[in-house]
Design a protein. Sequence first.
Length: 48
Amino acid sequence: MEVDWAGSTAYVVDRDTGEKIKAYVFVAALPCSQLAYAEAFLTMKSVA
């Protein structure tokens, strides 16, 4: 499995305020099957 943070930063928009919030995209891929998974997070910190 290959995992990494995507190079570009994405943005999500708060529906109530219209504020653009920076989001970091985590990507994981299985090389043999070429299956991929991606999820956006508000921080790159891990939860203990």
